[in-house]
Every structure is written in C-alpha cells, then in structure tokens.
Ligand binder design. Structure first.
Ligand code: CDP
Length: 221
C-alpha cells in the first residue's frame, strides 16, 4: 500500500505522515529531507542553490552518502537539515527540473521496495500524489492558513534554541509558498483525487482521526 501526503511548509503533513506510519505500520520517507540534504551539501561546499551545476553536485554528494549508508534515516534525520536557511535553499534548488529528476529515482526506489514486516509505505512532500506516486492508494493534501503555519514554525525553531522572530518566519514562509506553488516543474498542488485536510483548527490527534477515518472508508484499514 502506498499513501501520499502533500502540503505546504508546517501544514502538519510530516506529523500526520509519521503518526500514520506508526499506526498502520508503514515505512515513511520525508521527501523534503532529500531536498534539504541536497541543499545542505550545496551550502557546505559554499555553492549557490539556484545554480544548476552547484545543485547537481549537491545531489551527487547526497546520493553517494545514501549509497554508502545502510539506513537512509541516518542521513535524512540529520538535525542540521532542519534550520530555515537549509529549507530556503532547498526550495530554491527544488525548482530545477534536473535536480527533481535526480531525486525522483530515490523516492521511486523507496516506494517500490517491499520490506518484510511492513504493510507498505507513506511518503510526504510537495508532488507525491501528482508526480512521484500518481497511483498511490490514498492521497492526502494537508493545508493550514499562513499565520497558523508561521506560528507553528516559530515555536518549533524557538524550541530548538534558534533566535528568530515571527515576522521573519512569516515572510520566509510566504516566499517559500510562492516559489513552491509557482515553479514550472512539479508545483505544489493537491492531486485531483486527494482528500484535503485543513489543520488550522484541529489538534494533531484530531487530524490523525480524520485521516484514519478516511483510510477506513476507502480501504477498509
Ligand atoms: O518542513 P517543510 O515543510 O518546511 O519543508 P520540507 O518538506 O522539508 O521541504 C523543503 C523544501 O523542499 C520545500 O520548500 C520544497 O521547495 C522542496 N520540496 C519539494 O519541492 N518537493 C518535495 N517532494 C519535498 C520538498
């Protein structure tokens, strides 16, 4: 079984994906971490994330690391990937189609591999239901209003001891939303057959409940 979750930054898609993975016993891939991993390599090499050659070098480095590590989550779970500088750089290189093509194969490989002991996979990102897994059995599009998302991200960054302001987080998030929704290649949008969940006024538990109720209805899970 494949579940696809898409949505903008801090919409709650990552939380929902992790919780569904737990409850339904699925392997989970946070595909944003791939773009962040690539951006991290570019920044480490003092490159420009908007430059195709620099971005592709970052992808190559990331792929080499992935191939030489047995557990993908060790690389994608690096806490250094979570800061907003890396997130912003990720959204810049994410609009380069050759970069998307390079990272696509990692995501497709993950979604196709069957692993003993699991019931399937869940991937979250921006183009999972539309490009990476158009045949996913269940698709969710998770959204929330910009103010709510900026507040959530501010809290998250402050809890990690980072010195940030609401206005700066809000502005960066709006810039990133614009870039993600307006790019030519695989822009962020809900797949036609996705169920849309707006998380602005719901707790994490309520969002999980809604998603599980839908999964039960369409797949009998
Ligand atoms: O956690 P947050 O939602 O802030 O971002 P993320 O999911 O870690 O993704 C970082 C950036 O990578 C996004 O702003 C997108 O531009 C890009 N991305 C993408 O283009 N396609 C994906 N499947 C996942 C992320």
């Amino acid at each position: 079984m494949i579940i696809a979750i898409d949505g903008p930054a801090a919409s709650g898609k990552g939380t929902l994906a992790r919780r569904l993975a737990d409850v339904l016993n699925l392997r989970h891939m946070d595909t944003g971490a791939l773009y962040r991993g690539c951006a991290f390599e570019v920044l480490q090499a003092k490159g420009d994330p908007s430059n195709e050659q620099d971005a592709l070098k970052g992808c190559k480095k990331l792929k080499e690391k992935i191939q030489s590590t047995p557990d993908l989550n060790i690389i994608l779970g690096n806490p250094e990937l979570r800061n907003d500088k890396v997130g912003n750089a990720a959204s810049k290189l994410a609009s380069i189609s050759s970069v998307r093509e390079t990272l696509k194969s990692i995501q497709i490989d993950f979604s196709c591999q069957e692993k003993k002991g699991f019931n399937g996979v869940i991937l979250d990102g921006r183009d999972i239901g539309t490009v990476i897994c158009p045949n996913a059995h269940i698709k969710f599009y998770v959204e929330a209003d910009l103010e709510t998302r900026a507040k959530r991200r501010l809290k998250e960054l402050q809890s990690r001891g980072l010195d940030v302001t609401y206005n700066a987080v809000f502005a960066q998030m709006r810039e990133r939303d614009d870039r993600d929704t307006q790019r030519d290649t695989a822009p962020l949008r809900a797949a036609e057959d996705a169920i849309v969940i707006n998380t602005s006024d719901f707790t994490e538990d309520e969002v999980l409940e809604k998603a599980l109720a839908y999964a039960k209805k369409v797949r009998g899970l």
